[in-house]
Write a protein that binds this ligand. Sequence first.
Ligand SMILES: Cc1cc2nc3c(=O)[nH]c(=O)nc-3n(C[C@H](O)[C@H](O)[C@H](O)COP(=O)(O)O)c2cc1C
Length: 313
Amino acid sequence: MLYNDLRGWMEKVDEFGELKRVEGIDWKYEMGAVTEVYARNPPYSAILFDKIKDYPAGHRVLVGVHHQSLRRQCLTTHLPLNYDRMQFIQAWRKRLNNPQFISPRVVNSGPVMENVYEGKDIDLFSLPVPHWHEEDGGRYIGTAHIVITRDMDEGWVNLGCYRVMVHDKDTLALYISPGKQGRIIRQKYFDQGRPCPVAISFGDDPLLLTAAANSLPWGKSEYDYAGGIRGEAIDVILGKHTGLPVPALFRNYHRGRMLARSAETRRALRRMDRLLCERRAYRTDCEGKAHDAPRQPDPDRRALFPSSGRLRR
Ligand SMILES: Cc1cc2nc3c(=O)[nH]c(=O)nc-3n(C[C@H](O)[C@H](O)[C@H](O)COP(=O)(O)O)c2cc1C
Protein backbone atom coordinates (compact mmCIF):
# COMPACT_ATOMS: atom_id res chain seq x y z
CA MET A 1 0.00 0.00 0.00
CA LEU A 2 1.60 3.28 -1.12
CA TYR A 3 -0.57 5.74 0.83
CA ASN A 4 -3.47 5.64 3.24
CA ASP A 5 -5.65 8.68 2.59
CA LEU A 6 -5.94 11.74 0.39
CA ARG A 7 -3.43 13.71 2.45
CA GLY A 8 -0.91 10.87 2.10
CA TRP A 9 -1.65 10.80 -1.63
CA MET A 10 -1.01 14.55 -1.93
CA GLU A 11 2.29 14.26 -0.05
CA LYS A 12 3.54 11.64 -2.51
CA VAL A 13 2.38 13.63 -5.54
CA ASP A 14 4.10 16.70 -4.10
CA GLU A 15 7.31 14.67 -3.69
CA PHE A 16 7.42 13.77 -7.36
CA GLY A 17 6.55 17.31 -8.42
CA GLU A 18 3.02 16.95 -9.78
CA LEU A 19 1.15 19.01 -7.20
CA LYS A 20 0.78 22.73 -7.93
CA ARG A 21 -0.52 25.18 -5.38
CA VAL A 22 -2.62 28.08 -6.60
CA GLU A 23 -3.79 30.78 -4.20
CA GLY A 24 -6.08 33.78 -4.21
CA ILE A 25 -8.37 32.94 -7.08
CA ASP A 26 -12.12 33.23 -7.43
CA TRP A 27 -14.36 30.15 -6.99
CA LYS A 28 -16.53 31.63 -9.73
CA TYR A 29 -15.22 30.70 -13.21
CA GLU A 30 -11.54 31.36 -12.39
CA MET A 31 -11.00 28.01 -10.70
CA GLY A 32 -12.56 26.25 -13.68
CA ALA A 33 -10.39 28.19 -16.14
CA VAL A 34 -7.17 27.42 -14.26
CA THR A 35 -8.15 23.76 -14.07
CA GLU A 36 -8.63 23.65 -17.87
CA VAL A 37 -5.21 25.19 -18.47
CA TYR A 38 -3.43 22.63 -16.27
CA ALA A 39 -5.46 19.78 -17.77
CA ARG A 40 -4.16 20.62 -21.24
CA ASN A 41 -0.49 21.13 -20.45
CA PRO A 42 2.16 18.61 -19.33
CA PRO A 43 2.83 17.43 -16.67
CA TYR A 44 -0.94 17.72 -16.20
CA SER A 45 -0.46 18.54 -12.53
CA ALA A 46 -3.03 18.14 -9.83
CA ILE A 47 -3.85 21.55 -8.36
CA LEU A 48 -4.49 22.46 -4.76
CA PHE A 49 -6.41 25.73 -4.50
CA ASP A 50 -6.13 27.63 -1.24
CA LYS A 51 -7.03 31.12 0.04
CA ILE A 52 -9.98 31.09 -2.29
CA LYS A 53 -11.91 34.35 -2.65
CA ASP A 54 -14.60 34.75 0.04
CA TYR A 55 -13.24 31.79 2.04
CA PRO A 56 -10.73 31.42 4.86
CA ALA A 57 -7.29 29.92 4.19
CA GLY A 58 -7.37 26.17 4.63
CA HIS A 59 -10.72 25.71 2.89
CA ARG A 60 -8.98 23.95 0.03
CA VAL A 61 -10.07 22.39 -3.24
CA LEU A 62 -8.04 19.70 -5.02
CA VAL A 63 -8.61 19.20 -8.75
CA GLY A 64 -7.01 17.22 -11.56
CA VAL A 65 -6.41 14.12 -9.47
CA HIS A 66 -6.86 11.85 -12.48
CA HIS A 67 -5.38 14.04 -15.20
CA GLN A 68 -3.24 12.07 -17.62
CA SER A 69 -0.26 11.23 -15.43
CA LEU A 70 0.98 7.64 -15.43
CA ARG A 71 2.79 8.17 -12.15
CA ARG A 72 -0.37 9.40 -10.42
CA GLN A 73 -2.31 6.45 -11.83
CA CYS A 74 0.35 4.07 -10.47
CA LEU A 75 0.19 5.77 -7.09
CA THR A 76 -3.60 5.73 -6.96
CA THR A 77 -3.80 2.05 -7.87
CA HIS A 78 -0.85 1.03 -5.67
CA LEU A 79 1.56 0.00 -8.42
CA PRO A 80 5.31 0.79 -8.44
CA LEU A 81 5.80 4.45 -9.34
CA ASN A 82 8.52 3.70 -11.88
CA TYR A 83 6.31 1.52 -14.08
CA ASP A 84 6.23 2.47 -17.74
CA ARG A 85 3.07 2.36 -19.80
CA MET A 86 3.49 -1.29 -20.81
CA GLN A 87 4.21 -2.48 -17.26
CA PHE A 88 1.14 -0.58 -16.06
CA ILE A 89 -1.05 -2.22 -18.71
CA GLN A 90 0.31 -5.70 -17.93
CA ALA A 91 -0.23 -5.22 -14.20
CA TRP A 92 -3.82 -4.15 -14.80
CA ARG A 93 -4.35 -7.01 -17.22
CA LYS A 94 -3.40 -9.44 -14.45
CA ARG A 95 -5.65 -7.68 -11.99
CA LEU A 96 -8.63 -7.66 -14.30
CA ASN A 97 -8.20 -11.38 -15.03
CA ASN A 98 -8.00 -12.19 -11.35
CA PRO A 99 -9.70 -9.42 -9.35
CA GLN A 100 -9.29 -9.52 -5.57
CA PHE A 101 -12.05 -8.39 -3.23
CA ILE A 102 -11.51 -7.33 0.38
CA SER A 103 -14.55 -6.23 2.38
CA PRO A 104 -14.40 -2.95 4.28
CA ARG A 105 -13.61 -2.95 7.98
CA VAL A 106 -16.12 -1.23 10.25
CA VAL A 107 -14.48 1.09 12.79
CA ASN A 108 -16.06 3.27 15.47
CA SER A 109 -14.59 6.63 14.58
CA GLY A 110 -12.18 8.51 12.35
CA PRO A 111 -11.42 11.96 10.91
CA VAL A 112 -14.83 11.95 9.25
CA MET A 113 -16.30 12.59 12.72
CA GLU A 114 -14.11 15.65 13.45
CA ASN A 115 -16.65 18.23 12.28
CA VAL A 116 -20.34 17.43 12.39
CA TYR A 117 -23.06 19.87 11.33
CA GLU A 118 -26.73 19.14 11.68
CA GLY A 119 -30.07 20.85 10.99
CA LYS A 120 -29.90 24.64 10.78
CA ASP A 121 -26.10 24.60 11.09
CA ILE A 122 -25.75 23.02 7.69
CA ASP A 123 -24.47 25.54 5.15
CA LEU A 124 -23.18 24.12 1.90
CA PHE A 125 -22.07 27.60 0.88
CA SER A 126 -19.51 27.52 3.69
CA LEU A 127 -17.51 25.28 1.35
CA PRO A 128 -15.66 26.87 -1.58
CA VAL A 129 -17.59 24.95 -4.22
CA PRO A 130 -16.47 26.06 -7.70
CA HIS A 131 -18.82 27.52 -10.29
CA TRP A 132 -16.83 25.89 -13.06
CA HIS A 133 -18.21 27.40 -16.28
CA GLU A 134 -20.27 30.45 -17.19
CA GLU A 135 -23.27 28.45 -18.36
CA ASP A 136 -23.32 25.92 -15.55
CA GLY A 137 -26.66 25.66 -13.81
CA GLY A 138 -24.98 26.17 -10.46
CA ARG A 139 -21.99 25.22 -8.34
CA TYR A 140 -20.95 21.60 -8.81
CA ILE A 141 -19.60 20.05 -5.62
CA GLY A 142 -19.70 16.48 -6.89
CA THR A 143 -17.21 15.91 -9.66
CA ALA A 144 -14.79 13.39 -8.10
CA HIS A 145 -16.67 11.98 -5.14
CA ILE A 146 -18.47 8.77 -4.22
CA VAL A 147 -22.20 8.27 -3.84
CA ILE A 148 -23.03 5.43 -1.45
CA THR A 149 -26.32 3.50 -1.55
CA ARG A 150 -27.47 0.06 -0.44
CA ASP A 151 -29.68 -2.33 -2.36
CA MET A 152 -32.82 -2.79 -0.28
CA ASP A 153 -33.37 -6.42 -1.32
CA GLU A 154 -29.88 -7.85 -1.28
CA GLY A 155 -28.14 -5.58 1.21
CA TRP A 156 -24.95 -4.96 -0.77
CA VAL A 157 -23.44 -1.47 -0.97
CA ASN A 158 -22.93 0.32 -4.27
CA LEU A 159 -20.51 3.18 -4.94
CA GLY A 160 -20.98 5.40 -7.98
CA CYS A 161 -19.88 8.82 -9.12
CA TYR A 162 -22.83 10.92 -10.31
CA ARG A 163 -22.70 14.69 -10.64
CA VAL A 164 -23.88 16.74 -7.68
CA MET A 165 -24.84 20.41 -7.68
CA VAL A 166 -25.47 22.68 -4.72
CA HIS A 167 -29.08 23.79 -4.92
CA ASP A 168 -29.35 25.82 -1.72
CA LYS A 169 -27.72 25.90 1.69
CA ASP A 170 -28.85 22.41 2.65
CA THR A 171 -30.00 20.79 -0.59
CA LEU A 172 -28.01 19.01 -3.27
CA ALA A 173 -29.15 17.93 -6.74
CA LEU A 174 -27.92 14.55 -7.97
CA TYR A 175 -28.15 13.23 -11.50
CA ILE A 176 -27.89 9.46 -12.14
CA SER A 177 -28.35 8.27 -15.71
CA PRO A 178 -30.85 5.52 -16.52
CA GLY A 179 -29.36 2.04 -16.30
CA LYS A 180 -26.80 2.84 -13.63
CA GLN A 181 -26.86 0.56 -10.61
CA GLY A 182 -27.26 3.57 -8.33
CA ARG A 183 -30.41 4.52 -10.21
CA ILE A 184 -31.84 1.01 -10.08
CA ILE A 185 -31.23 0.93 -6.33
CA ARG A 186 -32.86 4.36 -5.91
CA GLN A 187 -35.85 3.45 -8.06
CA LYS A 188 -36.72 0.51 -5.80
CA TYR A 189 -37.33 3.00 -2.98
CA PHE A 190 -39.24 5.42 -5.22
CA ASP A 191 -41.45 2.58 -6.44
CA GLN A 192 -42.49 2.05 -2.83
CA GLY A 193 -43.03 5.81 -2.37
CA ARG A 194 -40.04 6.03 -0.03
CA PRO A 195 -36.98 8.29 -0.06
CA CYS A 196 -33.69 6.54 -0.77
CA PRO A 197 -30.99 6.83 1.93
CA VAL A 198 -27.73 8.11 0.49
CA ALA A 199 -24.31 9.23 1.69
CA ILE A 200 -21.88 11.19 -0.44
CA SER A 201 -18.21 11.43 0.37
CA PHE A 202 -16.20 14.31 -1.10
CA GLY A 203 -12.43 14.55 -0.98
CA ASP A 204 -11.68 10.91 -0.40
CA ASP A 205 -9.08 8.45 -1.60
CA PRO A 206 -8.74 8.80 -5.42
CA LEU A 207 -8.80 4.99 -5.56
CA LEU A 208 -12.40 5.03 -4.37
CA LEU A 209 -13.29 7.32 -7.26
CA THR A 210 -11.53 4.93 -9.65
CA ALA A 211 -13.56 2.06 -8.20
CA ALA A 212 -16.85 4.00 -8.13
CA ALA A 213 -16.51 5.01 -11.78
CA ASN A 214 -16.15 1.35 -12.76
CA SER A 215 -19.09 -0.78 -13.69
CA LEU A 216 -18.81 -3.93 -11.59
CA PRO A 217 -21.23 -6.85 -11.88
CA TRP A 218 -24.51 -6.36 -10.03
CA GLY A 219 -24.08 -7.28 -6.36
CA LYS A 220 -20.32 -6.63 -6.19
CA SER A 221 -19.39 -3.70 -3.98
CA GLU A 222 -16.78 -1.20 -5.17
CA TYR A 223 -15.59 -0.97 -1.56
CA ASP A 224 -14.43 -4.60 -1.81
CA TYR A 225 -12.90 -3.96 -5.22
CA ALA A 226 -10.92 -0.96 -3.93
CA GLY A 227 -9.82 -2.97 -0.90
CA GLY A 228 -8.56 -5.70 -3.22
CA ILE A 229 -6.55 -3.21 -5.27
CA ARG A 230 -4.83 -1.69 -2.29
CA GLY A 231 -4.44 -5.04 -0.55
CA GLU A 232 -6.05 -3.83 2.65
CA ALA A 233 -9.61 -3.23 3.78
CA ILE A 234 -11.07 0.28 3.58
CA ASP A 235 -12.03 1.56 7.04
CA VAL A 236 -15.64 2.69 7.25
CA ILE A 237 -17.97 3.96 9.92
CA LEU A 238 -21.68 3.18 9.79
CA GLY A 239 -23.74 6.36 9.47
CA LYS A 240 -25.99 6.84 12.48
CA HIS A 241 -29.04 7.79 10.43
CA THR A 242 -28.62 5.84 7.22
CA GLY A 243 -26.60 2.84 8.38
CA LEU A 244 -24.52 3.31 5.23
CA PRO A 245 -20.77 2.65 5.45
CA VAL A 246 -18.81 5.86 4.97
CA PRO A 247 -15.02 6.09 4.57
CA ALA A 248 -13.69 6.83 8.05
CA LEU A 249 -10.51 8.57 6.95
CA PHE A 250 -12.08 11.32 4.91
CA ARG A 251 -13.34 14.64 5.99
CA ASN A 252 -16.31 15.74 4.00
CA TYR A 253 -19.39 13.61 3.86
CA HIS A 254 -23.04 14.46 3.47
CA ARG A 255 -25.89 12.19 4.24
CA GLY A 256 -29.49 12.56 3.26
CA ARG A 257 -32.33 11.09 1.31
CA MET A 258 -32.89 11.09 -2.42
CA LEU A 259 -36.41 12.24 -3.19
CA ALA A 260 -38.31 12.37 -6.46
CA ARG A 261 -39.10 15.65 -8.23
CA SER A 262 -41.42 18.49 -7.27
CA ALA A 263 -42.34 21.73 -9.06
CA GLU A 264 -40.22 23.79 -6.69
CA THR A 265 -37.02 22.06 -7.73
CA ARG A 266 -37.83 21.32 -11.35
CA ARG A 267 -36.39 24.60 -12.56
CA ALA A 268 -33.03 24.00 -10.93
CA LEU A 269 -32.91 20.51 -12.36
CA ARG A 270 -33.77 21.81 -15.80
CA ARG A 271 -30.79 24.16 -15.60
CA MET A 272 -28.59 21.32 -14.41
CA ASP A 273 -29.78 18.98 -17.13
CA ARG A 274 -29.39 21.66 -19.79
CA LEU A 275 -25.78 22.00 -18.83
CA LEU A 276 -24.91 18.34 -18.76
CA CYS A 277 -26.80 17.66 -21.97
CA GLU A 278 -25.14 20.47 -23.87
CA ARG A 279 -21.71 19.32 -22.84
CA ARG A 280 -22.43 15.80 -23.97
CA ALA A 281 -24.34 16.74 -27.12
CA TYR A 282 -27.44 14.70 -26.39
CA ARG A 283 -29.51 17.60 -25.27
CA THR A 284 -32.90 16.62 -26.65
CA ASP A 285 -32.84 13.12 -25.28
CA CYS A 286 -31.66 14.20 -21.91
CA GLU A 287 -33.98 17.19 -21.64
CA GLY A 288 -36.84 14.89 -22.46
CA LYS A 289 -35.86 12.74 -19.52
CA ALA A 290 -35.56 15.78 -17.30
CA HIS A 291 -39.20 16.55 -17.92
CA ASP A 292 -40.46 13.01 -17.55
CA ALA A 293 -43.19 12.70 -14.97
CA PRO A 294 -42.07 10.73 -11.95
CA ARG A 295 -43.42 7.20 -11.94
CA GLN A 296 -45.56 7.96 -8.93
CA PRO A 297 -46.39 11.67 -9.09
CA ASP A 298 -46.24 13.20 -5.65
CA PRO A 299 -45.52 16.87 -5.05
CA ASP A 300 -43.48 16.10 -1.96
CA ARG A 301 -41.05 13.80 -3.66
CA ARG A 302 -38.08 15.43 -5.26
CA ALA A 303 -35.11 14.39 -7.30
CA LEU A 304 -33.06 16.31 -4.80
CA PHE A 305 -32.09 15.12 -1.42
CA PRO A 306 -32.11 17.70 1.32
CA SER A 307 -29.37 17.16 3.86
CA SER A 308 -32.01 17.69 6.45
CA GLY A 309 -29.94 15.75 8.91
CA ARG A 310 -26.28 15.59 9.47
CA LEU A 311 -23.59 17.23 7.42
CA ARG A 312 -20.05 16.21 8.26
CA ARG A 313 -16.89 17.60 6.87
C1 LIG B 1 -15.98 12.37 -12.94
C2 LIG B 1 -17.14 11.48 -13.27
C3 LIG B 1 -18.42 12.01 -13.32
C4 LIG B 1 -19.52 11.19 -13.62
N1 LIG B 1 -20.77 11.74 -13.63
C5 LIG B 1 -21.84 10.94 -13.81
C6 LIG B 1 -23.16 11.49 -13.71
O1 LIG B 1 -23.35 12.66 -13.50
N2 LIG B 1 -24.21 10.65 -13.85
C7 LIG B 1 -24.03 9.30 -14.11
O2 LIG B 1 -25.01 8.59 -14.21
N3 LIG B 1 -22.78 8.77 -14.24
C8 LIG B 1 -21.69 9.55 -14.09
N4 LIG B 1 -20.42 9.02 -14.18
C9 LIG B 1 -20.25 7.61 -14.56
C10 LIG B 1 -20.54 6.65 -13.41
O3 LIG B 1 -19.82 6.98 -12.26
C11 LIG B 1 -20.16 5.24 -13.84
O4 LIG B 1 -20.95 4.86 -14.95
C12 LIG B 1 -20.31 4.22 -12.74
O5 LIG B 1 -19.88 2.96 -13.20
C13 LIG B 1 -21.74 4.08 -12.28
O6 LIG B 1 -21.79 3.16 -11.24
P1 LIG B 1 -23.03 2.18 -11.02
O7 LIG B 1 -23.22 1.41 -12.31
O8 LIG B 1 -22.59 1.35 -9.87
O9 LIG B 1 -24.23 3.00 -10.72
C14 LIG B 1 -19.31 9.82 -13.88
C15 LIG B 1 -18.02 9.28 -13.81
C16 LIG B 1 -16.95 10.10 -13.50
C17 LIG B 1 -15.57 9.52 -13.43
